[in-house]
Design a binder for this molecule. Structure first.
Ligand code: GLA
Length: 376
């Protein structure tokens, strides 16, 4: 499961609690009609606020006003389009909206603490393929019981957790602080920081947290810098492309968070750039790393791809002025002789270069993304 970073769409960033059956179906439809499904997006995930307490036997109930046909029927609709279906809960009495929403409604937006097996069985019976399990102030020890409960159902369910409770969880404590969770054996992906918003400051905040966590990424277990904000107001088109490029460099799950039924042609082009997606989904499963900082606010990131001496390279201009950035082959750990360079946004082979390559005129908050193949 999650042999490469999961790809899909989630309702939260676009719709918050304002979800219903029609919006989720429209998102599934749009995943197909936009070409996103063909580009690799698979999961349609319903976030917080779908539930409505428990029945007398403790079985979790969905909100029948929002989901009149029911969750199982919605999952089957999504499956009918060749997609997979995801849902949300928390290891606490309520979900985040149940506990922190205004008004707080923990008896409506219930969490799964103490009901792990019962809820996992419901999910499996409904046809759920992905669970986002969000700490929401619950005990961090609550994540392993849900993993076990999901496994016990026998249904393959991607387990996406948010153990962030003010501290970034680091399985060893070597890079941030230890949270006492063996994340690699617990989950397929784990959030590394507080919620993303559609701002440039949040994109760089999450890149910087993720930078030190690359040792933990690999097939089946990924750092999650949070869902995408591409297409949401607050980011320019340039910033959206950079956000998407850097998530691919970081081998991050690519979970779109915009309203797919009303996205611009530019947002669609960003989300469906198959050359950038291929970097994210490279079978080697390496997370990219900062390779050089050739100037103030100028960075060179490198991700080792499968093959011999192949790198994805992002030339990232975090500054406020247009800039040139040079990548030295020596910083990439490839032979310093000729290497071919392809631009993954202009979809152009740029030629063969010895020792280094310089991209000029990178706009403020822009990125040039390359595939560099050494050809000794
Ligand atoms: C937390 C998560 C968000 C979202 C909300 C829902 O804040 O980090 O991604 O799931 O809860 O309440």
């Amino acid at each position: 499961l999650a042999g490469t970073p999961p790809m899909g769409w989630n309702s939260w960033n676009a719709f918050d609690c304002n979800i219903n059956e029609a919006k989720i179906k429209a998102a599934a439809d749009a995943l197909v009609s936009s070409g996103m499904k063909d580009a690799g997006y698979q999961y349609v995930d319903v976030d917080d606020c779908w539930m409505n307490g428990r029945d007398a036997s403790g079985n979790i109930q969905w909100d029948t006003t929002k989901f009149p046909s029911g969750i199982a029927s919605l999952a089957s609709y999504v499956h009918g389009e060749g997609l997979k279906f995801g849902i949300y809960s928390a290891p606490n009495t309520g979900t985040c909206q149940g506990l922190y929403g205004s008004p707080a409604m923990p008896s409506v937006y219930v969490g799964s603490l103490g009901h792990e097996q019962q809820d996992a069985k419901s999910y499996a019976a409904w046809g759920v393929d992905y669970l986002k399990y969000d700490d929401c102030g619950g005990p961090l020890s609550g994540f392993a019981p849900m993993r076990d409960a999901l496994r016990a159902t026998g249904r393959p369910i991607v387990y996406s957790i948010n153990p962030y409770n003010g501290n970034t969880c680091d399985p060893t404590g070597a890079h941030t602080s230890t949270c006492g969770l063996d994340l690699l054996s617990i989950a397929n992906m784990w959030r590394i920081g507080a919620d993303i918003k559609a701002t440039w400051g949040d994109i760089t905040r999450l890149i910087d947290i993720d930078a030190s966590l690359s040792p933990y990424a690999g097939a089946g277990h990924w750092n999650d810098p949070d869902m995408l904000e591409v297409g949401n107001s607050g980011l320019s088109d340039t910033e959206g492309r950079t956000h998407f490029s850097m998530w691919a460099m970081l081998a991050a799950p690519l979970i779109a968070g915009n309203d797919l039924s009303s996205m611009s042609a530019t947002s669609k082009a960003t989300l469906t750039n198959t050359e950038v997606i291929a970097v994210d989904q490279d079978p080697l499963g390496e997370q990219g790393q900062l390779a050089a900082s050739p100037g103030t606010n100028l960075q060179v990131w490198s991700k080792t791809l499968s093959g011999t001496n192949v790198r994805a390279v992002a030339l990232l201009n975090r500054g406020t002025a247009t800039a040139s950035i040079t990548v030295q082959w020596s910083a990439l750990g490839i032979p310093t002789v000729a290497a071919t360079v392809r631009d993954l946004w202009s979809h152009t082979d740029l030629g063969s270069f010895s020792g280094s390559y310089t991209a000029s005129s990178i706009p403020s908050h822009g990125v040039v993304m390359l595939k560099v193949t050494s050809t000794p």
